[in-house]
Design a protein around this ligand. Structure first.
Ligand SMILES: Cc1ncc(COP(=O)(O)OP(=O)(O)O)c(N)n1
Ligand SMILES: Cc1ncsc1CCOP(=O)(O)O
Length: 516
């Protein structure tokens, strides 16, 4: 049981957005709240201006009186634990000055500056003097500034930005004003190819972020949304380049989902921030990894005594046939050459069935056999380094016994955690059980998907899943595979029991087919 840690760790990542209100709901404060909400992050606000705005343009602007603007900042920053501040429309130099003095008095983990000067409709949103104050006062405090091409031209004084090389030049000039990173967005480049490139620069390295060009008029609010997503991902503890990649992925999907949406008469419709919300929440940080794959997690331990005689690949095939939704291959005894051979034959089987295959601890083997990812034990490679080597397309899971370990796994970039032993088990000797309370405490403290492990079998699945927290995504078994003479049948029994507890369409197992 880990009760004392629950309150401290169940706090939500928090973004304070300092921006203007868009009555049309597509940009500004409204976009920021929706984007943060969609990414599971709390969003507070300090409103800089009220705009009367719709899909046809901006019809009016009322700047917030300075004292009430300052009071909003004071109210939020003095009371709430803000992780990251994100700025949008800052209409006057006075508003920027008030913000900067508050940022100097209250420490926050990050500052994302979206330098909003002109709306896509062509309407001016800030006074001309604002550019200079942002350059001199706000940018030195910023972790990242996210200009599009017209904004980069204004900030850098480099009027003609037409190529990627121009974007690099502008990024260098803007970097000299003091932000840690500059992201120059290429959405306004002439589109000769189907690609869209944004350039991130930290003073030494340029990263090019490629996206696919989406043919749509529903782009109102993309700048605000991208900056908010970056802030939200930073608030979760992600480093800036990882946050940018996650934000780009969100925008790409939002643009694709919103391209046929019609909600007004005007030319520039907004994004649908909550596009397919239930489906989106099933997608993990790792591109393409559906977290409902974690429902029935089969660990094939090649070092264990077993009641069947067949190859690793055959055992894996049987587990999948019985309904396993993800498989995890571990072998603590075999040398690299033999393990690799077995892993390669398993990858072949898992690919055919489109079931993800993870390799336990051996990042080298996982990379060489092109498995879907790696599962790391606490004694294994640190997650951060593994992520650096594997990139963002591969799955990384981590074994955790405590809230602290689960939080670290999250901060370091893991995609899911396996928690246990929930019940006593002979598979993991000398391992203290966390119990059902410990498992649930971890589930409530993390936003990562959790898989329960340890002593789980058909007789206790119901107990685990009946009142499960929402982050508990599935169960993992080892000896249920090894102590039973028929792997396929053992999996089928478990699979049959778990479907009712999850309201999604995990495919039912195929007709029983004994493979022993
Ligand atoms: C109140 C308010 N803030 C910012 C903008 C600009 O939003 P952006 O995300 O750059 O999208 P466009 O409006 O340029 O499409 C705004 N319009 N209103
Ligand atoms: C790998 C692992 N981590 C915690 S318990 C455990 C083993 C669980 O095995 P079993 O399903 O046989 O109890």
């Amino acid at each position: 049981m880990l009760p004392q840690a629950v309150n401290r760790s169940s706090r939500k990542p928090h973004v304070l957005t300092v921006a203007g209100s868009d009555s049309g709901g597509g940009a500004g404060i409204q976009a920021d709240i929706k984007a943060c909400g969609a990414l599971g992050v709390y969003c507070s606000t300090a409103i800089t201006a009220l705009t009367a705005q719709n899909t046809m343009g901006v019809q009016g602007i009322h700047v917030t009186p300075e004292d009430i603007f300052a009071r909003q900042l004071e109210a939020v920053l003095s009371d709430m634990e803000v992780d990251v501040v994100k700025t949008g429309m800052l209409p006057t130099p006075q508003i920027v000055n008030i913000l900067c003095s508050h940022l100097e008095s209250y420490s926050v983990k990050g500052l994302v500056v979206d330098p909003v000067f002109v709306a896509t409709s062509g309407d001016q949103l800030t006074s001309h003097e604002v550019v200079d104050v942002i350059r001199k006062k706000l940018l030195p405090l910023a972790d990242i500034v996210t200009p599009n091409l017209p904004e980069a031209a204004l900030l850098s004084g480099k009027v003609h930005l037409r190529t990627c090389i121009d974007m690099h030049e502008a990024a260098k000039i803007i970097k000299d004003f003091g932000p840690r990173y500059v992201l120059v967005k290429g959405g306004h480049l002439d589109h000769v190819s189907a690609e869209n490139v944004d350039v991130l620069y930290d003073g030494e390295t340029f990263w090019d972020f490629h996206g696919t060009w989406v043919e749509t008029m529903n782009t109102h609010g993309t700048g605000c949304t991208l900056a908010s997503c970056i802030a939200a991902e930073m608030a979760k503890g992600n480093p800036v380049p990882v946050a940018v990649q996650a934000a780009k992925d969100y925008i790409q999907r939002a643009l694709e989902h919103s391209k046929n949406m019609k909600i007004a008469k005007g030319l520039h419709g907004p994004l649908d921030h909550f596009f397919s919300f239930p489906e989106y929440s099933k997608i993990s940080r790792c591109k393409g990894f559906q977290t409902n794959s974690l429902r029935l997690y089969a660990v094939i331990d090649l070092g264990m005594k077993r009641r069947w005689q067949c190859s690793a690949a055959e055992a894996l095939r049987c587990a999948i046939e019985g309904g396993a939704t993800i498989v995890h291959l571990r072998d603590k005894e075999t040398g690299a050459v033999d393990f690799l051979k077995k892993a390669e034959s398993c990858v072949e089987v898992s690919r055919k069935s489109r079931i993800p295959l993870l390799i336990n601890d051996r990042l080298d083997i996982a990379m060489v056999c092109e498995a879907d990812g790696v599962h790391l034990e606490q004694s294994g490679l640190p997650v951060k380094q593994a992520r650096r080597l594997l990139g963002s397309d591969k799955i990384i899971g981590v074994s955790c016994k405590s809230i602290e370990q689960a939080q670290k796994a999250y901060e370091d970039g893991a995609d899911y955690v396996v928690c246990g032993p929930v019940y006593p088990t002979t598979t993991e000797e000398n391992s203290i059980t966390v119990g059902l309370d410990g498992l649930y405490a971890i589930c409530r403290a993390t936003s990562l998907p959790v898989v329960a492990i340890g002593g789980i079998n058909a007789s206790n699945v119901e107990e685990i899943l009946t009142e499960k927290p929402t982050t508990l995504h599935g169960i993992a078994v080892v000896s249920e595979l090894f102590d039973k003479p028929d792997i396929c049948k053992a999996m089928q029994e478990l699979a049959g029991m778990i479907y009712g507890f999850f309201h999604d369409e995990v495919e039912k197992p195929l007709v029983h087919h004994c493979c022993m």
